[in-house]
Design a protein around this ligand. Sequence first.
Ligand SMILES: C[S@@+](CC[C@H](N)C(=O)[O-])C[C@H]1O[C@@H](n2cnc3c(N)ncnc32)[C@H](O)[C@@H]1O
Length: 519
Amino acid sequence: MRKEGGYREDRRGRPRVADERRDERGRQRGAARAQGRVQRSAQAPSQRARGADPARAVAFDVLRAVDEGDSYANLVLPPLLRERGIRGRDAGFATELAYGTLRLRGRYDAVVEQAAGRDVGKIDPPVLDLLRLGTHQLLGMRVPAHAAVSQTVGLARERVGTGASQFVNAVLRAVARDELATWLERVGDAADPSGEDPVVRLAATQSHPQWVVRALREALVGDGRAAADVEALLDADNAAPLVALVARPGLVDPVDLLAAAGDEARPGAVSPVAVVPGGGDPAAFEAVRTGRAGVQDEGSQLVALALAAAPLEGPDERWLDLCAGPGGKAALLAALAAQRGARLVANEVQPHRARLVEQALRAVPADAVEDVRTGDGRTVGDDEPAAYDRVMVDAPCTGLGALRRRPESRWRRTPADLVGLAALQRELLGSALRAVRPGGVVAYVTCSPHLAETRLVVGDAIKVAAKAGLAVEQVDARTVARGVAAGPLDLVGDRVDLQLWPHVHGTDAMHLTLLRRLG
Ligand SMILES: C[S@@+](CC[C@H](N)C(=O)[O-])C[C@H]1O[C@@H](n2cnc3c(N)ncnc32)[C@H](O)[C@@H]1O
């Protein structure tokens, strides 16, 4: 698995290669240094004078902000890195340390509990965050044990005081005594001593809440896949996703974007307009800065391409993105609309997200964008009945299909969130079915595979529409998606909706149902 900062792990999160020639960040050292022929401190001179390693300090501050401020790690980290002048490989190290620790928090808490012989609830939160950071360096990254322990203890001394740093030292030394595989056995045995409940064991070892593991397993089975595949799915959730770029059609050629993205870049495997750069900051690409390209998961690209490719009779002139913020799919749809002489209306309920949509659309020819509006999508069907030829409903959802991308979200979501979201999803889809003209097509999309947010919502919305005299048929989304995909799509069973999976397709677990209004 690829980790931020170029670290690689196997499917169980173990370092792929046991390599002695690594420095305090787990980076490969030159042969001379590895043989001890060059005298060099593990820290840069500036760090020696200032104390704690800046990359570890920044990761700690992100964890504290997530814990205390309910912040999102991917919003907190980039400005902190900029403010503190942390760049390049150091930024990669800090990112993997912060995000990896947050993803694997559940696993590490179970390890710490055993190593400390103490309930993690009884450990002061900042001390616990230091223990999680140290444990991730020891068990999830290729940082040599002495550096992981001493650097984390140094940070502890600076941030929580000498007494607590001694506790951190003792616990991390205990963690360092055994390998990840041994710890996973222990954590699994403690969670499920009778060996009867694989979900409980997996939840503990693979660092997901139990309800999420159950929901993902049900969604896999519902999609025709084996329940046992859930382990590979959880593994994929625990690894950093590769960044994908979208070459917005008509604005930049994917071939040119590929050439600009460097020698290690490759074309997308799922979306024909995707480019996967070898690394680096995507914002550095000129096409991204100007809005001709954007950062977008390949699954998100595919579902937008599929809506545009769904067969349609009659006019194909007005398209609607009902829940458009921050604008990734709207920008792709508008670029496609421009090529066909169609126009897009982008609707978003939150004003600041509507402004992000405007930003995302900045490179699209003006005559392809009819309007960017701030409004409640639930009323559009009544305000503008039968007014659109194609409608995208990229519904607000739990995001259980994008857990690898949002490191802390698995710990924040609860089953109670589903109730409100599923009701909103039904209303938005109902509104879309009224807003589309007879013969027109609606795409219902979620970045969650949860059956309560996908199949159940669609089934109910079709029934409610029928009661209101509005007939709807399902379009074969798999055939449409296969027709536009960059390569063969591994799909099983004979369903007509499309469910992508991180462990199968390398995308977020996007769901797509295509519906045609008949009358
Ligand atoms: C999954 S996101 C959409 C992502 C977007 N399509 C993209 O590709 O960038 C769902 C969006 O729906 C918006 N939303 C939530 N409730 C809404 C409502 N009642 N009407 C319209 N938009 C709504 C949220 O603010 C959020 O921006």
